[in-house]
Design a protein around this ligand. Structure first.
Ligand SMILES: Cc1cc2nc3c(=O)[nH]c(=O)nc-3n(C[C@H](O)[C@H](O)[C@H](O)COP(=O)(O)O)c2cc1C
Length: 189
């Protein structure tokens, strides 16, 4: 099955909310679903969200990428979806990332400054800028620091960090019984 790569630009339709754990909450939900779905069909890539706009890069088997892109295009959370790149590739260039997230970082600011761009407007990127953006996503190591997939997951299935009061009482009672038993045994010797 042939491999393709695809990049597009779009505008978010939602109003950006304050970041939660380093990520806009709408974007966090998009990432959760993307990572789950993309992993199933071996799609890899990255997503950048800035100035209320998206730049997304996808690569994988042609069928899977096209079907995913069709779904993405129908999504009401963004509009004016414009394809920037869509072409065959010989090999995969992203490894182990069902959907890498790049937070607004110094790298992106430097990229915008280098191209004298006052805001992140990927629909106006030329092909060189697209390639730079893809490379930036590929190289980004910030995602693990500021957007941890598990952290987003933890919100829906919290892992207890402390012992529950019932368990604490049980443990104290068990310890007390043990001490009493030791004292009784000691007096019998
Ligand atoms: C900017 C943006 C990027 C998205 N990227 C992906 C993606 O890479 N993979 C994916 O499956 N869904 C992605 N989605 C979500 C899809 O539009 C759609 O909601 C989702 O695939 C539905 O999945 P479900 O049928 O499992 O609920 C994206 C949505 C937006 C707005």
């Amino acid at each position: 099955m042939p491999l393709i790569r695809l990049a597009y630009a779009s505008e978010a339709t939602f109003e950006a909310k304050p970041l939660e754990k380093g990520i806009e909450p709408h974007v966090a939900r998009i990432l959760l679903v993307s990572r789950r779905n993309n992993a199933k069909v071996s799609i890899v890539g990255g997503l950048y969200y800035g100035d209320n706009r998206f730049f997304q890069y996808l690569e994988g088997e042609e069928d899977a990428v096209r079907k995913t892109y069709e779904r993405i295009q129908q999504d009401p959370r963004h509009r004016n979806v414009r394809t920037l790149i869509e072409e065959p590739i010989a090999d995969r260039t992203f490894t182990n990332w069902s959907m890498k997230y790049v937070p607004a970082s110094a790298d992106v600011q430097a990229f915008l400054a280098r191209h004298k761009l006052s805001e992140f407007n990927p629909v106006a990127f030329d092909s060189e800028q697209c390639e730079e953006m893809i490379e930036l996503i590929r190289r980004s190591s910030q995602d693990q620091k500021s957007v941890n997939y598990d952290e987003v997951n933890r919100k829906t299935s919290p892992t207890p960090q402390t012992l529950s009061p019932g368990l604490k009482i049980g443990l104290v009672a068990a310890a007390a019984c043990l001490v009493v038993a030791l004292i009784v045994v000691a007096t019998m010797l």
